[in-house]
Design a protein around this ligand. Structure first.
Ligand code: ZN
Ligand code: ZN
Length: 273
């Protein structure tokens, strides 16, 4: 696959999420858990053109994915898609002009075909997405995206298979979570079937998801309390035989140079070209 799309992860983690998938003729904003000002500041830092955004997708109602939506809506004329469960789950979302869609809907926008799939999280009806550019009947490029899910559903495995860029949640290290500061009920929630993927769960999924097309795997939604970027990267790197390239142990690459591992961040935007 050759890059037809680019991924800008402007923020990823429990304090705020927003990402832009830039396609051939337009871009999609996935979630908006940043203020409008912070969204624009981060986009500028990485030369991400927000004026190209032609649609917004909302994965679920948690505040770290939706807190900035109300203000963004006042400045955006395009469609904003969410499941009916998400759109009606919170008062501030009920007031917004969200288009209710099923969690397996598909959409053509920005020169991309987008396929949604259900995730497993402690919310009404969550979803995540696969983005494709199809040329002459063939998939020319694909980006898969799954965060905020306690496990990967069968639909998620199907949708995430063989992407050039795979963004996968590596939320917590099980030992750090077990020994960390969270109260018992919160530990159980995070580790449960409707919580978040651990480093190990993400790593175990990789053999089913990675193909010769895969060039980049990004660890997403890394907990600041129950994980470290190097632990997330280590788990994913080991699963694909990648070797660390940097002293901080957050970037790794397979010996043939084909596949890279990196981590997204709560604080700093990341671009994958
Ligand atoms: Zn989240
Ligand atoms: Zn969530």
């Amino acid at each position: 696959m050759t890059p037809r799309m680019h991924l800008y992860i402007l923020a990823s983690g429990s304090k705020g999420n927003a990402a832009v998938v830039a396609g051939p003729t337009g871009s999609i904003l996935v979630d908006c858990g940043l203020s409008r000002r912070e969204l624009h500041r981060r986009a500028e830092l990485v030369d991400c053109d927000l004026s190209r955004v032609c649609a917004i997708l909302v994965t679920h109602e948690h505040g770290d994915h939706t807190s900035g939506l109300s203000v963004i809506c006042n400045h955006f004329d395009g469609p904003i898609y969410a499941t009916k469960g998400t759109a009606t789950a919170r008062t501030h979302l009920q007031r917004l002009p969200l288009q209710a869609v099923p969690h397996s809907f598909s959409l053509d926008a920005g020169g991309m075909h987008i396929q949604a799939f259900p995730t497993s999280h402690d919310v009404a009806d969550p979803m995540c997405f696969r983005f494709e550019v199809v040329e002459n009947g063939h998939v020319a490029d694909a980006i898969g995206w799954a965060t905020d899910t306690g496990y990967l559903t069968d639909e998620a495995f199907d949708a995430l298979q063989g992407c050039r860029i795979l963004g996968i949640e590596a939320n917590h290290d099980p030992d750090m979570l077990a020994n960390g500061p969270y109260p018992y009920y919160l530990k159980a929630r995070v580790a449960g079937k409707t919580g978040h993927l651990s480093n190990e769960q993400a790593a175990q999924a990789l053999p089913r998801l990675v193909s010769p097309n895969t060039q980049a795997i990004v660890a997403m939604h890394i907990s600041e309390k129950n994980n470290q970027p190097s632990l997330a990267a280590k788990a994913l790197a080991q699963a694909v035989g990648a070797i660390f390239e940097d002293a901080a142990h957050t970037q790794a690459r397979t010996p043939d140079g084909r596949l890279g591992i990196c981590v997204s961040s709560q604080r700093k935007p990341l671009v994958i070209w």
